[in-house]
Design a protein around this ligand. Structure first.
Ligand SMILES: Cc1cc2nc3c(=O)[nH]c(=O)nc-3n(C[C@H](O)[C@H](O)[C@H](O)COP(=O)(O)O)c2cc1C
Length: 182
């Protein structure tokens, strides 16, 4: 694998449901935690890593209920929300890790927007997901449908209550895929 890697991720910080309780996850979105852990481990292996946060131009609300209402509507409409630009020099990356929470069994709208905004031809996309129990579900197929000319390699999935084990899940996954990363 080329020594330069992009990790692009979307994470909704604010209220979320953890073990059936609404908790404030401001500053600690699950996918953000996973993306940061991945960055640290790839850097320790000698990779140059660009961590790019995908952000909708109109942020999702803090409230879990309001975020659900908006995202469900987007999901039903197949809507593609406007997102921030970047990263610079996207063409230079052969390998793109793509991190997201499972929303309604698939990729959130901002990820769909990111896939449509960029040309992935010839790149390898490595999706990773955090989820409430359904792992990747339909998201890998959804990514493939948007990026038919890219290679896809399945990354890791972390269930929300186990986000504290992100480092272990990622190191196990990197060890299992050592032929690609060493
Ligand atoms: C709007 C919304 C929809 C969700 N839909 C699903 C789902 O269909 N399946 C699932 O396993 N988890 C679902 N979840 C749970 C999230 O995937 C999980 O909490 C994730 O770790 C959140 O990551 P984040 O903190 O980076 O946003 C949903 C969460 C939200 C807010």
């Amino acid at each position: 694998m080329a020594r330069k890697v992009l990790i692009a991720y979307f994470s909704h910080e604010g209220e979320n449901l953890v073990d059936d309780e609404i908790v404030d996850l401001t500053g600690k979105g699950n996918t953000k935690i996973a993306a940061q852990a991945l960055k640290g481990q790839l850097e320790a292996k000698g990779y140059l890593v660009n961590l790019h946060r995908i952000e909708p131009m109109i942020p999702y609300p803090f409230s879990y209920q309001d975020t659900n209402a908006r995202s469900r509507q987007e999901y039903e409409d197949g809507a593609v929300p406007l997102i921030n630009a970047g990263p610079n020099g996207f063409e230079a990356y052969d390998t793109v890790f793509l991190g997201y929470p499972n929303w309604y069994g698939t990729i959130p709208g901002p990820i769909l927007a990111f896939l449509r905004d960029h040309d992935f031809k010839g790149k390898t996309i490595i999706p990773f997901v955090t989820h409430g129990g359904q792992r990747f579900l339909y998201s890998l197929e959804a990514i493939k449908a948007e990026t038919p000319t890219a290679e896809q390699k399945e990354g890791f999935a972390i269930a929300a209550p186990y986000i504290g084990s992100a480092d272990k899940v990622i190191s196990d996954w990197l060890a299992k895929n050592a032929d690609f990363f060493d």
